[in-house]
Design a protein around this ligand. Structure first.
Ligand SMILES: Cc1cc2nc3c(=O)[nH]c(=O)nc-3n(C[C@H](O)[C@H](O)[C@H](O)COP(=O)(O)O)c2cc1C
Length: 389
């Protein structure tokens, strides 16, 4: 087993284990991947103060979201076809989250259905992510299924009226002509993955969509399915029916602008995820680290503000909190851990993240999550642009 001392180490192992089409699908972003890189670079540039003699004998990393405690200010975010990275991968990851008492978010386009997930991870705290699909009846059905399986939170993703342009996909064989043959050849070169996922991990279907797509719900051209079935015509005032269908906490994911954050608060959402979809949608937009402070200023006193994009360590979690988030979602971080080590990999990644967060909070003189705020920033360059130009 290779040495894993940081979350980034999982990335290296995942690259070795995965066929290229899957690795590049997850590793890449839209167009020139500027925003993808900015997410990581800008977060790394957030500079914290080192405070001493603050009595950090007891450091508590727990907090609460939507009236329920979480052991860390962290949840696993939704990842489409996450189940291809390890056999029945969403179930494995959800089982690991149950041990750490953090939520797991199942994507609309996961490999495992919400029913399979609940059966395989009965103790997991499930959140369900919904995309804007043209067929509203199908959306209603998905919400009812999520409710029936005890989903705590509905995460409604709004930053994908159409999929972004991801140039790595045709280059890698993930899409485009010759895709199936190229994927098959790549799988032959990764026998551990081919045995674990390619053979024993079947069926390779979008589990939640089987009732509508039936035999066509394979992952073949799933981005094409999204492009054809997502509804770009939706507006805030079309969402009243969503409120009526879902009476639990509703989180709008994919907010990058304070005006949209205010609209989400006025709509009555309990939370938002400040996100640019991990740099996979509109390239060239602000990194989450840059966008977050102004959004937290606009709505932080009215709703729970979560953020994702580039979080790769406990220090990154603390940075997001200092910029104004109440918590973070992990994206690629959990996917690499899953690809590298399955359930045990995600378990280890969460233990590592918890340990890192505790250590950096101790060194920054913070004994509780409530004590982390903007006063922890060492310089003003990450304050909202309006205060900073
Ligand atoms: C491979 C991949 C698939 C994703 N699929 C979804 C999805 O189905 N639904 C969704 O809301 N976000 C999806 N996202 C976005 C993530 O939830 C999250 O916003 C993003 O990965 C955060 O950036 P990070 O990976 O740099 O941490 C996906 C991201 C990746 C990398």
């Amino acid at each position: 087993m290779p040495i894993i001392a940081s979350i980034n180490d999982f990335h290296r192992v995942a690259r070795r284990r995965l066929p290229r089409f899957l690795f590049d699908y997850a590793d890449g972003g839209a167009l020139d991947e500027l925003t993808l890189r900015r997410n990581v670079r800008d977060l790394a540039a957030v500079t914290l103060r080192q405070r001493v003699l603050q009595d950090v004998a007891k450091v508590d990393c727990s907090t609460s979201w939507f009236g329920r405690p979480v052991s860390l200010p962290v949840a696993l975010g939704p990842i489409g076809i996450g189940g291809m990275f390890r056999r029945r991968g969403e179930v494995q990851a959800a089982r690991a989250t149950a041990r750490h008492d953090v939520p797991f978010t199942l994507s609309t386009v996961g490999i495992c259905s919400i029913e399979e997930l609940r059966a395989g991870a009965p103790d997991a705290r499930l959140w369900f992510q919904l995309y804007v699909i043209r067929d509203r009846g199908f959306m209603r059905e998905l919400i009812a299924r999520a409710k029936a399986k005890g989903a705590e939170v509905l995460v409604f993703t709004v930053d994908m009226p159409t999929p972004g342009i991801r140039q790595r996909d045709p280059r890698s064989g993930m899409s485009g002509p010759g895709g199936p043959a190229r994927r098959f050849l790549q799988a032959l070169g990764k026998p551990r993955w081919a045995w674990d996922v390619g053979i024993r991990g079947r069926p390779h279907q979008l589990g939640n969509l089987v009732p509508v797509l039936g035999a066509d719900s394979g992952m073949e051209d799933y981005i094409g399915w999204m492009a054809a079935n997502f509804d770009p015509g939706i507006r805030w005032n079309d969402l009243d029916w969503l409120r009526a269908e879902w009476d639990g906490p509703l989180v709008i994911k994919g907010i990058l602008d304070p005006e949209d954050a205010r609209a989400a608060a006025e709509f009555g959402a309990e939370g938002i995820v400040v996100s640019n979809h991990g740099g996979r949608q509109l390239d060239g937009v602000l990194s989450v680290a840059r966008a977050l402070p102004a959004i937290a200023d606009a709505v932080g006193d009215r709703m729970t503000v979560l953020a994702d994009g580039g979080v790769r360590s406990g220090l990154d979690v603390l940075r997001m909190l200092a910029l104004g988030a109440d918590g973070v979602l992990l994206g690629r971080a959990w996917l690499w851990a899953l690809a590298a080590g399955g359930e045990a990999g995600v378990d280890r990644m969460l233990a590592m993240l918890a340990h890192e967060l505790r250590v950096v909070m101790t060194l920054a003189g913070c004994s509780s999550i409530a004590a982390v705020d903007r006063t922890l920033l060492a310089h003003p360059s990450f304050l909202p642009y309006k205060d900073n130009v």
